[in-house]
Design a protein around this ligand. Structure first.
Ligand code: HEC
Ligand SMILES: [Cu+2]
Length: 318
């Protein structure tokens, strides 16, 4: 059969095979019981049809062993499926710590992708085989959805917040990706291809022309041009908290409560600073909503993520 007519897409990521095994197990169990129950209904309807000569005296009133059996077996099956699928779900939703992070911005009707070193591409996603890849995604307009069938991964891409997706390609090749959320006239053209390359080929692709600044460097320039440093400068008994090493930390909020400083928290701090006030500080920070686009936000956040507690700048690390 030609690949276009294959029953399932190729199994090209670390979770594809297990994902399919779970799916077919569920289908198999459903078919087994569905067919069994149908056959039993047909057989009993035929056997006890009007006019058939069967013994109808003394019908059974109940059977505890049967009750236990047909409650117990489905219970065990359902719990087994629950444990298996929950395990797989957690695996698929928890990106490995050292995953390579790419930024994806969806807009009507294209996908813009940026690699850690700054290289950009549109409607194409080059990745090295065998590496954990994490996509941090947001939308400039409506809801989109990033779907790579061969990797069995799919995640909504939303305006106003970040969503994540991770995968590990296990086979070199070219696979298709789609927008899987109807998003307007040219939704069907919001497609592209994933090119999975050997690490060497990926490196040489990366070093090809058209490189841009790394996002954290562009973010540092934004940080300076917006003069965030007037309040957030290090060491200054500042009006704003020190931002070095903030990413990933627990932040204590005024009025009680803690929040983890993840991408969505940083985003909210910049666009809606009054929403969550850091304990011990005043509501001083102006909003930057309308002044920074999706791309600028990703860059600013990349910069905030890159500043380590020792104050090292991204340029010095490389
Ligand atoms: C007028 C002073 C001022 C300016 C300018 C300012 N901020 Fe703030 N910022 C604050 C204050 C005060 C807080 C703490 C109160 C709060 O949470 O709103 C804060 C909080 C934050 C937080 C949360 C910090 C934490 O520890 O949880 C982030 C992130 C942040 N600012 C980023 C920025 C960025 C990026 C810019 C520039 C685009 C900026 N700020 C510009 C005063 C400022
Ligand atoms: Cu779309």
């Amino acid at each position: 059969m030609s690949p276009e007519f294959a029953l399932m897409p190729e199994q090209a990521s670390s979770v594809s095979a297990e994902y399919d095994a779970l799916l077919f197990t569920e289908i198999g169990i459903s078919v087994f019981f569905g067919v069994g129950i149908c056959l039993a209904i047909m057989f009993l309807a035929w056997r006890y049809r009007a006019g058939s000569e069967v013994d109808r005296s003394d019908p059974p009133e109940g059977d505890m062993r049967l009750e236990l059996l047909w409650s117990g077996i489905p219970l065990v099956i359902a719990l087994g499926l629950f444990v298996w699928s929950a395990k797989l779900f957690i695996t698929m939703r928890t990106a490995p710590k050292n995953a390579m992070e790419l930024h994806v911005i969806g807009k009507q009707w294209m996908w813009k992708i940026q690699h850690p070193g700054g290289k950009r591409e549109i409607n194409e996603l080059h990745v090295p085989v065998g590496k954990d890849i994490k996509l941090v995604m947001s939308s400039e307009d409506v809801i989109h959805d990033f779907f790579i069938p061969a990797f069995r991964v799919k995640m909504d891409v939303l305006p106003g917040r970040y969503s994540m997706l991770w995968f590990k390609p296990i086979r070199e090749g070219t696979y298709r990706f789609f927008c899987a959320e109807y998003c307007g006239t040219s939704h069907s053209k919001m497609i592209g291809r994933v090119v999975v390359q050997s690490p060497a080929d990926y490196a040489s692709w990366l070093s090809g022309g058209g490189n841009n600044e790394p996002p954290e460097v562009a973010g540092k320039a934004l940080f300076e041009s917006f003069r965030c440093g007037t309040c957030h400068r290090e060491g200054l008994t500042g009006r704003g908290p020190v931002l070095d090493g903030l990413f990933g930390k627990q932040v204590r909020l005024a009025g009680g409560g803690m929040v983890v400083a993840d991408e969505n928290y940083l985003r909210e701090s910049i666009l809606d600073p009054g929403g969550k006030i850091v304990e011990g500080y005043q509501k001083l920070m102006p909003t930057y909503r309308g002044q920074i686009g999706e791309e600028g936000l990703m860059q600013l956040i990349a910069y905030l993520k890159s500043i380590a507690p020792d104050g090292k700048q991204p340029e010095e690390k490389r």
